[in-house]
Write a protein that binds this ligand. Structure first.
Ligand code: ADP
Length: 430
């Protein structure tokens, strides 16, 4: 049985792909699994990323799923565990109890019997940086970014030490950028000092990729790392792995091209607008008309008929993407959770229909949306290929809905990708 060296648990599907992408680029061969596999691993790879859909579920359930993933990864030989969350540090949100990142971290630390880990969502390639514990999205603080209006997990406090301390039973501290700049010996010394003060989780500043590379050696042999995807760039070197072209090779692509977008994040709004403005075909799902099963099926039917006429000639986009005011109207009518699930299910069924029509190059925008679509397509494993934009690679998967069985698919987290993402992604495969 092949043994892996790094075992990763990601709290959503696009986040898992983002992490896998960074590991591939740093020289690891990576498979991403959808949920915890029932069988042992068959492929000979360096790392497995188990994609859960635990970002927006209650802490108890998120802990249960994460511990189940941990057990499976340990059985595959994982020497180090990486708990991956969003680069905007958001998770389950209800009333005053905000977040399951802390509870899951606590549970993994206890299960791994470790008294120290780090926490940092920094991902400088995607303009997520942490300074003095404050998370920046581009040039603005997290709490002033588009994340303050996220449909499921709004983030209004930018201080990660405060955010995490409110979620964790363990003492949270900080490793500042001044220490990170001095390199791994200084980082290790700082960790030891923090431990004497009773700190068990340290939020780590990182302003650049160089910071993350410097952090890597200080994480060697630590049972648990918790982070966004950025920290991954500094880890493979701990096993003497270096970047190489072979780790991202995929089979050649053929078949029709389609995009399904359920993300309402600012970047996706701009990408949808750009696609439409450049004269390419786009179909908007009327989300106010999804209240009965019959109405939902009618919308799906209408969208698929539209797509069938066009998709053999060019890439088509089907979307529910809307601005915060329109999202609020929908949520007022059906509630936040119910409207999210209803739209995700509609887009997932639509995706099945598109693949049945012969689409075998598919872009999906939105973390939760991607999770639903991948589940609906009964995809269980993704081989990670070349990157389209930071955090978003093409992947290759098998789906029983595809006549050719093989499917090139890319799962785009809402705020990722440049404005022309939907047009240029295809070129990376050709
Ligand atoms: P992102 O990665 O941008 O956060 P997600 O897919 O994770 O995107 O989350 C977007 C959520 O918003 C999903 O639950 C989706 O079903 C929901 N949604 C999509 N379109 C609309 C809309 N027009 N109104 C309300 N909610 C929507």
């Amino acid at each position: 049985m092949p043994k892996i060296i790094l075992g990763c648990i990601a709290d959503d599907f696009t986040g898992a792909t983002d992490l896998a992408n960074n590991l591939v680029r740093a020289g690891m061969r990576v498979v991403q699994t959808i949920g915890v596999p029932r069988e042992p691993l068959r492929s000979d790879v360096d790392a497995v990323v188990v994609a859960l859909k635990s970002r927006t579920i209650k802490p108890d359930l998120a802990i249960e799923q994460s511990l189940h993933a941990l057990k499976w990864l340990q059985a595959q030989g994982a020497q180090q565990i990486y708990f991956k969350y969003c680069s905007t540090f958001d998770s389950w949100y209800e009333g005053n109890t905000r977040g399951n990142i802390g509870p899951v971290t606590d549970a993994l630390m206890d299960a791994l019997n470790t008294d120290f880990t780090i926490a940092t969502p920094a991902f400088p390639d995607n303009h997520r940086t942490v300074c003095n514990g404050y998370l920046f999205v581009g040039d603005v603080l997290l709490g002033e970014s588009g994340m303050k209006d996220h449909p499921l997990t709004p983030m209004r406090d930018s201080n990660l030490v405060r955010v995490l301390q409110a979620q964790s039973q363990k003492k949270v501290g900080l490793i500042s950028y001044k220490v990170i700049a001095k390199g791994s010996a200084a980082i290790t010394q700082c960790i030891n000092e923090l431990k004497t003060q009773g700190v068990q989780i340290a939020v780590v500043d990182a302003l650049s990729n160089d910071d993350l590379i410097r952090l890597g050696p200080a994480l060697k042999n630590r049972p648990l790392v918790t982070a966004g995807s950025g920290v991954a760039i500094g880890l493979p070197a701990n096993w003497h792995l270096t970047p190489n072209a072979k780790s991202s090779l995929l089979p050649s692509a053929k078949g029709f091209q389609a995009i399904v977008s359920g993300s309402c994040s600012q970047a996706t709004q701009a990408q949808v607008a750009h696609f439409k403005q450049s004269g390419q075909p786009a179909f908007e799902i009327d989300v106010m008309q999804l209240d009965t099963e019959q109405a939902k099926q009618a919308q799906i039917e209408k969208a698929l008929q539209w797509a069938q006429l066009l998709v053999s000639k060019q890439a088509v986009l089907i979307y529910s993407t809307a601005d915060p005011a329109r999202v609020q109207d929908v949520q007022k009518r059906w509630g936040v959770e119910a409207s999210g699930v209803m739209i995700e299910q509609t887009l997932a069924q639509l995706t099945q229909g598109l693949v049945r029509l012969g689409v075998s190059q598919l872009l999906v925008a939105g973390g939760e949306t991607s999770g639903s679509c991948v589940q609906a397509l009964q995809v269980t494993q993704l081989q990670i290929g070349p990157q389209i934009d930071p955090g978003v690679p093409w992947c290759y998967a098998h789906s029983s809905f595809s006549a050719s069985q093989g499917l090139h698919i890319s799962l785009k987290s809402g705020n990722f990708g440049r404005v022309d993402f939907f047009s240029k992604a295809w070129r990376v495969l050709s």
